[in-house]
Design a protein. Structure first.
Length: 443
């Protein structure tokens, strides 16, 4: 199957909950020799790999290249979007060393939403209508001219928080000013997209591609808003479940035929050899599935329930993508659904509080079919586990039904404590109860 045989050394770049889930899956692989990690400050990741002893950042990538050569790294796995957008995959790829993740050109699908919109239009992929702006007054005037409040997006990388679904035209205009003038999302706000609102049910479809073949993963459903009932500000994601019941076989076939395949073909026509994860955020509108956005890596928290359900060797999947042999890889999933609940710090997403002691993880993990992934945690000077970021932990549970998975995940969350802990209490609840989730409006 893969051109690379035998056991190999692997470097995992990234330190969040997604990377902890990937580290757990990689650690189970029969192909793994040694796992090296760039973020040992994540206590969950630290116990699974060997700490990289050189800086791994864009300004000194030559040191990471030297490290890979010295440690005979055979596969580099890049988790987050930032290093992909900075061209880590291009710099670290070498004869005898594979990289799972697209190069800088392909990563523009996520790093530049305006460029992505152009690709989608040219490929005739269904998506929201909209315009891009670099001038704040032109963007405000356009938003004010719309018949209903538009959706405003920072065009660059904004950690999943750069989308404002305005409830009024005034709110949309204010969002444009905050993004472009106040720079609430930093450089991501140098350019904005002002788009029509789409109605329907939102789902996440992730696929792995080798640039020729596409392996569609079980669909997930993310919960972006901070509060129950999809209220409050957008976050990086407060929970997810997998598989989503929103997509039947016919709809998935349509998504693959009308969205995924044309996107990969369009990249190929532009000379972009895309290998890695292609994550489509979709709205299931009355006119059919439409693309809200593309990400170029596993979602967080979608990755966590996906890895909990994956029974196959994740390294074989990654090697298949890297060596263009993905069509030779067999994939097996646990048939049971998985639910993921994110536990967040007080003050998240605006100003997350750090340093609160965390207890109860051992009790949660002692439960059957429960896994706890570390995201924003650290050890303090006394060796205590404390909060160190906005999204602190991802609690994942499997169950015979989604209702059982959700019940088990929340029971595990009930054993974990830290001051100011936030969580949504309705992850998967509508589907688990047999109800159709209310339609949402986004672009």
């Amino acid at each position: 199957m893969s051109e690379t045989r035998g056991r190999i050394n692997i470097l995992l770049i990234g330190g969040g909950g997604r990377e902890h889930a990937l580290a757990c899956a990689i650690a189970r692989s029969a192909r793994l020799d040694k796992l090296y990690v760039t973020h040992p400050q994540n206590p969950g990741i630290a116990g699974l790999g060997i700490a990289v002893d050189v800086p791994v950042h864009a300004k000194e990538l030559y040191r990471a290249v030297q490290f890979c050569e010295h440690k005979q790294i055979g596969l580099v796995v890049i988790g987050p979007e930032d290093p992909l957008a900075e061209g880590f995959a291009d710099a670290l790829a070498a004869p005898g060393r594979l990289v799972f993740g697209p190069g800088k050109a392909g990563a523009m699908l996520e790093a530049d939403k305006a460029w992505c919109k152009t690709v989608l239009r040219e490929a005739m992929v269904p998506t929201a209508e909209g315009r891009e702006f670099t001038d704040v007054d032109a963007a405000v005037n356009y938003a004010a001219s719309r018949s209903e409040p538009p959706v405003v997006k920072a065009a660059g990388l904004a950690k999943g928080k750069g989308v404002i679904v305005a409830s009024s035209t005034a709110e949309a205009c204010d969002a444009i000013r905050r993004i472009m003038v106040d720079r609430v999302f930093g450089d991501a706000g140098r350019k904005v997209l002002v788009e029509e609102r789409l109605s329907g049910r939102e789902v996440s479809v992730l696929a792995i591609t080798d640039g020729r073949s596409i392996l569609v993963l079980p669909p997930c459903q993310d919960h972006k808003r901070l509060l129950d009932g999809d209220r409050g500000p957008n976050t990086g994601g407060m929970g997810a479940f997998c598989p989503s019941d929103a997509i039947d076989e016919a709809t998935m076939s349509r998504i693959e035929r009308e969205i995924l395949v044309p996107t990969v073909d369009a990249l190929k026509r532009d000379g972009i050899d895309y290998r890695g994860v292609l994550y489509a955020g979709l709205m299931l509108t009355p006119a059919g599935p439409k693309v809200l956005e593309y990400n170029v890596r596993f979602g967080d928290p979608e990755c966590q329930p996906l890895m909990a359900r994956l029974k196959s060797d994740v390294v074989e999947l990654m090697l298949g993508a890297c060596t263009r042999t993905l069509d030779e890889v067999d994939v097996e999933w646990d048939p049971r659904p998985a639910a993921c609940v994110v536990l967040a710090s007080a003050g998240y997403p605006e100003e997350p509080r750090r340093g609160a002691e965390i207890t109860g993880i051992e009790a949660a993990e002692a439960m059957q079919d429960v896994r706890v992934y570390h995201a924003g945690t650290a050890r303090d000077g006394q060796g205590r586990l404390v909060t160190a970021g906005g999204r602190v932990l991802s609690v994942v549970a499997l169950g015979e039904t989604l209702a059982e998975a959700c019940e088990r995940a929340y029971a595990a969350c009930g054993k974990i404590r830290f001051e100011g802990m936030q969580m949504r209490r309705d992850i998967g609840s509508a589907v688990a109860a047999g109800r159709t989730p209310a339609a949402v409006h986004r672009a």
